[in-house]
Design a protein around this ligand. Structure first.
Ligand code: COA
Length: 312
């Protein structure tokens, strides 16, 4: 048996803010944002909608897709850097709200790489036989940590949630390899400041991202005993189209073999890879048996890649 994903869920808040609308309250312009980042719009949660609310929507859909009841979930892992509060964790709130009364629950903080760390952690529990079903959620309400006076960061991020249920799948499907890493010495390039706003050295993060996404993706392919020609589809963290294209080029993949949802949602940090996976499975771009490379990077600094054969 393999270990893979048996159900996905997604939620983006109703309020969509285009670049042109952002121009009204940030000193920026649509042309700059589109050409430098690929972002055209993002969604912002309502004032009375917190991170856990987004997570709960995505979790419920993943349960439905997996045809599982909440009682069958053994663990809830929530990857986020924008929890409702330090504790109880978002995972504790989700566990209660969905009625996962048999589940352990915890949050995980690895910034935009959070979903990768969450999936790999879930995989270990299922592979050892300790647990049957682990619900992994990547969720952010980044709008609450954006400084709209700071155009370097205010234009980049959005809110959203994605969820995946990790369980046993058929032989020949599921996780083949992973690569996780971190370099705390780069923490100073991307962090939450004393005012609880995101601060970023864009150029340093850009250089780090281009290097690490490509290297981590190549490492995971090698660990899986495959060649880059074997990869059917790339799902990179959706932070900047230029960074994503650099990773795609390292793998020698054409444009249509890379997931692109950044124009719709902006950078949703821990939610981004799951949102992309969800949309591309729903639209039929990802098919049963496809060899996927999921790869992300983020604050920490952190990075991670997974080689996954899609299907259950
Ligand atoms: N709107 C309009 N102009 C802007 C702007 C905005 N939102 N943000 C910056 N500018 C201006 C700058 O002030 C600068 O003007 P100047 O030359 O007169 O000083 C100019 O645009 C160029 O800025 P620069 O920082 O060199 O742009 P860039 O090409 O490096 O792109 C980023 C900036 C942020 C898009 C890019 O560095 C990036 O994507 N970095 C990685 C960020 C990332 O992925 N973060 C998430 C990690 S999970």
């Amino acid at each position: 048996m393999g270990v893979g994903i048996i159900g996905l869920g997604k939620y983006v808040p109703a309020k969509k803010v285009t670049n042109v609308e952002l121009e009204k309250f940030v000193d920026t312009d649509d042309e700059w944002i589109r050409t430098r980042t690929g972002i055209e719009a993002r969604h912002f949660a309502a004032d009375d909608e917190d991170t856990s609310d987004l997570a709960i929507h995505a979790a419920k859909e993943a349960l439905q897709q997996a045809a599982l009841s909440a009682e069958q979930i053994d663990m809830v892992i929530v990857a986020t850097v924008t929890p409702d509060q330090a504790f109880p964790s978002v995972a504790n709130i989700v566990q209660d709200a969905i009625g996962a009364k048999n589940a352990a629950s915890m949050d995980m903080s690895a910034a935009c790489t959070g979903f990768m760390y969450g999936l790999v952690t879930a995989q270990q529990f299922v592979q050892t036989g300790a647990y049957n079903n682990v619900l992994v959620i990547g969720v952010e309400k980044l709008s609450k940590v954006l400084d709209f006076e700071n155009r370097n960061t205010a234009v980049l991020f959005g809110d959203g949630a994605s969820a995946a249920i990790v369980s046993n799948v058929a032989e020949g499907r599921g996780f083949l390899a992973f690569d996780l890493g971190s370099d705390g010495s780069g923490g100073k390039h991307l962090f939450l400041n004393d005012q609880r706003h995101i601060e970023m050295n864009g150029r340093e993060v850009f250089k780090f991202a281009v290097r690490t996404m490509g290297e981590s993706a190549l490492r995971v392919i090698e660990k899986a005993g495959l060649q880059k020609e074997d990869v059917d589809y790339l799902i990179p963290h959706q932070a900047n189209i230029r960074i994503m294209d650099a990773a795609r080029t390292r793998l020698g993949l054409p444009e249509e073999k890379m997931s692109k949802t950044i124009h719709l949602y902006g950078n949703t940090s821990a939610a981004s890879i799951g949102l992309s996976l969800y949309d591309d499975v729903a639209s039929g771009k990802i098919k049963d048996g496809d060899k996927l490379v999921l790869v992300g990077f983020g604050g920490g600094l952190t990075w991670g890649a997974i080689l996954l054969i899609w299907g259950k």
